[in-house]
Design a protein around this ligand. Structure first.
Ligand code: BGC
Length: 744
C-alpha cells in the first residue's frame, strides 16, 4: 500500500512540471521516472544486462550503441572506459552511462590483507580506511562499482572463500561489512571517488555443505535469521547500494529465485532500495540446479523473485519480451528493476560526468601505504611466543630466512588480486634485507608451497645453523584459497611440514610465520616453533609489517576471527555453538589414554572426539601480545533490566608487561534459557584499547538489551526475559571475568 501511495504521489509530482533527466537539479526519482518514460522495452532490458568486458572494443561499442548494456564488468583501462562512456553518451539513443564494475575485494592497486585478515584487526576505522583507499584508486581508473564486501558467515575452513569474508561471527562480520561499505561509498555516492558497494553473497553461501564451493547450504529458517542474515541487514542500514544473489540454494531454492530474501527481507523488512545483481550467471545456473526448465523460465523466476540486473547470463534480454506477451512477467516488474538500476547511476552522478581523468595517478601513494601498513600490522596474530622469543633482541645479528612464502610477492597478496602489481609488494626478504645491522641468510628450501621435493631442506638447515634465529615463512599460495579453491585437507602442503620439523631440530630459536587464506591445521608446527605469527595473506605491506613486528617496532594485537581446529574433522567448529544435552567436561579420555578393552560406556558419553577432544587449537578471538594484560573489577550498573534498557559495563584493564601495546577487549553474553536453545556465548561488543607498559585504564561498554533479541520459538525477533551471563575477555574461551544480570 505504502509503495502504491508513493508511486501515485510521485506520478502527481511529475504531472505539469517539466523534468529533464539531464538536469542535475531535478530529484533523482524524478529523473528516473522521466527517463523511464522515454525508454523502449529493448532499452529497458539493456539496463538490466551486465556484460563481461571483451577484448574487441567494437563488439562492446556496438551493443552500447544499441542500448543493450547497463553495466560492464572487468574493463579497467581508463582510456577504453572513457571511449565506451563517450559512445554511450553520444551514440546511444538516450545517452545512458555505463556502470563500470570490478571485483575490488581487498584493495585495487595497494593491496590490504584479505578480508579475513582485516577482521583480525577488529579495527573498524582502519578497515573503513582500507576500503576508502580501494575506492580512490579504483575510481581513478573509472570503476564505480565493486563486488564487495563479502559478508558470508564461514564456519568451515575447507571452504576456500573463507578468505574473502570476516570469519565466523555474525556481530563482527556485520560491523566489518558496514565499515567497508562506508569506506567504499563515502558520505556521498556522487563524489567521483565513491564506489558503490555490493553486499554479497545473499545469502547463506558460507554454509556450503562440506566446505565445497557452490554446494547446497543447509540452514534452518531460524539460523538464517539469527546467523546469516544480520550482516546483510546491517549492510542495508549502512546504505549498501547493491546486493548480489548467491550461487547456493537454501532448502531447494537457489538464491537467484528466492523472493523471501530479495523481497520479504531486503525490500519489506529492511526497506532497502539497493539494486540487486545476480552472481556470475547464477540465473542461468538454475538450469543445472534443476528448478528451472529453460532459459525463459530462468528469466521469469529471477526477475519475479526480485533480481534487477543479470551478470553475463543474458536470459532477461533474450526472453523477457516473450514472457511479457505470455503474461509470465509484468511490465511493472521490469520497470521497477530498471528504476533500481537508473537510480544508482543517477546517485553515482554518472549522468552528469561518466568520464575519468586518464592522467590522474593516485595509486600506492605514501599515505595509502602508511594506512595499509597499519592495518596489516594490526591483522597479524601472535599464536605462540614461548620464552619471549619475540620480539627479536638486539643481539640477533644473523637471521636465517627460510620458506616458500619468504619472497613470494604475488602469493602473499592472496586471492582476488587482479590489479595490484607484485613489483609494489614488499616481501619479508626485502623488508629484512633493508634493516641495518642484520645479516639475512636466505634459503627458500621449497620453490612454492606445494613443492613436494625435499632437496632444498638440507641447505636451509645449514643456513639455520649459522644464524641466531630462524624465521620460516610458509603457508598457502594465493591460488589455494578463494573461489572454487576448497580443500578437504587443510594442513600445510608440499614439504612445508618437513621443513618446519627439520628446522625445529636444529635447536635454534624458530619463529614460524604463516601466510595463508584460511586457518590451517598447524598443531604440530605450533609445537615445533618457539613463536608463531599468523598473517592471513597480508598484501602489499606484508613484509614491512612482519619486519616491524619481529623486531618489536610494533607489537602484535590481532585476534583470530575464526576458530583454528586441531584436525579438519572438527569442522564446522565455531565458538558460538550450542551446548547440547551432553556437553563435554573437558576431562574426557582421548583415544590414546583409553585402556584396551574399555567398557562401552566407560568413556562417559559426552559430546567430544576421541582423537581431537572437544575444543579447538585456538579459539575465536585469540591472539597474544609481547606484553600481558589483566582484566579486573568487572562491574555492571544494573542487575535487573527492562528490554528497553542499556546495560553499562565497566572493568579495569592493566598492561602488566613491558611493552606499550593494544588489547582487543571482547564482550560476550550467554542467554541461559530460551524458548529455543541458545549459543553458549555470543560476541556483543569489542574495543581496541591501547595502554603504555604499566598503565591501567577503565574500559566501558554499553550493551543495549535489544541487541539480545533472537528468533524465538514462534519465529518472533524478541528479547526473552530471563537470566544472562556476561564476560569481558581476551578471547572467546576466557571465563574468568564473569557477571550476571536478568531481563524482565
Ligand atoms: C563470484 C563473485 C564475483 C563475480 C564477479 C563470481 O564468480 O562468486 O563473488 O563478484 O564472480 O567476478
Amino acid at each position: 500500500m505504502k509503495r502504491f501511495l508513493y508511486a501515485v504521489s510521485l506520478a502527481l509530482s511529475l504531472v505539469g512540471c517539466s523534468v529533464d533527466h539531464h538536469s542535475a537539479s531535478s530529484s533523482v526519482d524524478a529523473r528516473v521516472e522521466n527517463l523511464l518514460s522515454q525508454m523502449s522495452l529493448e532499452e529497458k532490458l539493456g539496463q538490466l544486462n551486465q556484460l563481461s568486458a571483451m577484448n574487441n572494443i567494437e563488439d562492446m561499442a556496438k551493443q552500447i550503441r544499441e542500448g543493450r548494456v547497463g553495466s560492464i564488468l572487468n574493463e579497467v583501462d581508463p582510456g577504453r572506459i572513457n571511449a565506451l562512456q563517450r559512445i554511450a553518451k553520444d551514440e546511444s539513443r538516450l545517452g545512458i552511462p555505463i556502470l563500470m564494475s570490478r571485483d575490488v575485494i581487498h584493495g585495487f592497486k595497494t593491496i590490504a590483507p584479505i578480508p579475513l585478515g582485516q577482521a583480525a584487526s577488529f579495527d573498524l576505522e582502519a578497515v573503513e580506511a582500507a576500503a576508502r583507499i580501494a575506492a580512490i584508486e579504483a575510481t581513478a581508473d573509472g570503476i564505480r562499482w565493486t563486488f564487495s564486501p563479502m559478508i558470508d558467515i564461514a564456519r568451515d575452513a575447507r571452504w576456500g572463500r573463507i578468505a574473502e569474508g570476516y570469519g565466523e561471527d555474525t556481530y563482527l562480520t556485520s560491523q566489518m561489512g558496514a565499515a567497508t561499505i562506508r569506506g567504499y561509498q563515502g558520505s556521498d555516492l556522487s563524489d567521483p571517488t565513491s564506489m558503490a558497494a555490493c553486499a554479497k553473497h545473499f545469502c547463506g553461501y558460507g554454509a556450503s555443505e562440506g566446505g565445497r564451493d557452490y554446494n547446497t547450504a543447509n540452514i534452518t529458517p531460524r539460523q538464517l535469521l539469527d546467523v546469516y542474515l544480520p550482516p546483510f541487514q546491517m549492510a542495508a542500514e549502512a546504505g549498501a547500494a547493491t546486493y548480489m544473489t548467491s550461487f547456493n540454494e537454501i532448502d531447494g531454492v537457489p538464491s537467484t529465485a528466492n523472493a523471501y530474501l530479495l523481497k520479504s527481507m531486503l525490500r519489506d523488512a529492511w526497506h532497502s532500495d539497493a539494486m540487486v545483481v545476480t552472481d556470475w550467471a547464477s540465473s542461468a545456473e538454475m538450469l543445472a540446479h534443476g528448478n528451472t526448465a529453460d532459459r525463459a523460465d530462468v528469466a521469469a523466476k529471477s526477475i519475479n523473485a526480485g533480481v534487477d540486473m543479470e551478470m553475463v547470463a543474458e536470459t532477461f534480454i533474450q526472453n523477457i519480451p516473450q514472457l511479457l506477451k505470455e503474461g509470465r512477467v509484468k511490465m511493472s516488474t521490469v520497470d521497477n528493476a530498471v528504476r533500481n538500476v537508473l537510480r544508482l547511476k543517477f546517485r553515482l552522478g554518472l549522468f552528469d560526468n561518466p568520464f575519468v581523468d586518464e592522467n590522474k595517478n593516485v595509486a600506492y601513494s605514501p599515505e595509502f601505504i602508511e594506512k595499509t601498513l597499519k592495518l596489516t600490522t594490526e591483522s597479524a596474530i601472535l599464536l605462540k611466543n614461548d620464552n619471549s622469543t619475540l620480539p627479536l633482541k638486539s643481539n640477533v645479528k644473523t637471521i636465517a630466512l627460510v620458506g616458500p612464502m619468504a619472497d613470494a610477492a604475488y602469493e602473499q597478496s592472496g586471492t582476488w588480486t587482479f590489479d595490484g602489481e607484485p613489483s609494489h609488494t614488499v616481501t619479508p626478504l626485502q623488508a629484512l634485507q633493508a634493516l641495518d645491522g642484520v645479516k639475512v641468510l636466505y634459503e627458500p628450501a621449497l620453490t612454492h608451497c606445494r613443492d613436494a621435493k625435499a632437496a632444498g631442506i638440507a641447505s636451509a638447515v645449514a643456513k639455520a645453523k649459522q644464524a641466531d634465529v630462524i624465521v620460516c615463512v610458509v603457508g598457502e599460495e594465493a591460488i589455494m584459497s578463494g573461489e572454487a579453491h576448497c580443500l578437504a585437507d587443510i594442513n600445510l602442503y608440499g614439504k612445508q611440514k618437513d621443513l618446519v620439523e627439520a628446522l625445529s631440530k636444529t635447536g635454534k630459536p624458530l619463529v614460524t610465520v604463516i601466510m595463508a587464506g584460511r586457518p590451517l591445521t598447524i598443531a604440530k608446527q605450533v609445537e615445533e616453533s618457539d613463536a608463531l605469527l599468523y598473517m592471513f595473506h597480508p598484501g602489499t605491506t606484508g613484509g614491512t609489517a612482519l619486519a616491524n613486528l619481529l623486531f618489536g617496532k610494533d607489537v602484535p594485537s590481532g585476534k583470530t576471527p575464526v576458530t583454528f581446529p586441531y584436525m579438519v574433522g572438527q569442522v564446522p567448529i565455531y565458538y558460538n555453538h550450542k551446548n547440547t544435552g551432553r556437553p563435554a567436561a573437558g576431562t574426557e579420555l582421548l583415544i590414546d589414554q583409553t585402556p584396551v578393552g574399555a567398557g562401552q560406556t566407560s568413556l562417559g558419553c559426552s559430546s567430544y572426539w576421541l582423537d581431537a577432544g572437544f575444543g579447538p587449537l585456538f579459539p575465536f578471538g585469540f591472539g597474544l601480545s609481547y606484553t600481558t594484560f589483566e582484566y579486573s573489577n568487572l562491574q555492571i550498573d544494573k542487575q535487573v533490566l527492562s528490554k528497553a534498557d542499556t546495560l553499562h559495563v565497566s572493568f579495569e584493564l592493566a598492561n602488566t608487561g613491558n611493552y606499550d601495546a593494544t588489547e582487543i577487549c571482547q564482550l560476550y553474553v550467554r542467554d541461559l534459557v530460551g524458548s529455543v536453545t541458545r549459543p553458549v556465548k555470543e560476541l556483543k561488543g569489542f574495543k581496541r584499547v591501547s595502554l603504555k607498559a604499566g598503565e591501567k585504564s577503565k574500559v566501558e561498554f554499553d550493551l543495549p538489551i535489544a541487541s539480545l533479541a533472537f528468533t524465538t520459538l514462534d519465529m518472533k525477533h524478541e528479547v526473552e526475559p530471563g537470566d544472562f551471563k556476561l564476560w569481558v575477555a581476551a578471547n572467546s574461551d576466557e571465563i574468568s571475568n564473569e557477571t550476571s544480570f536478568s531481563v524482565e
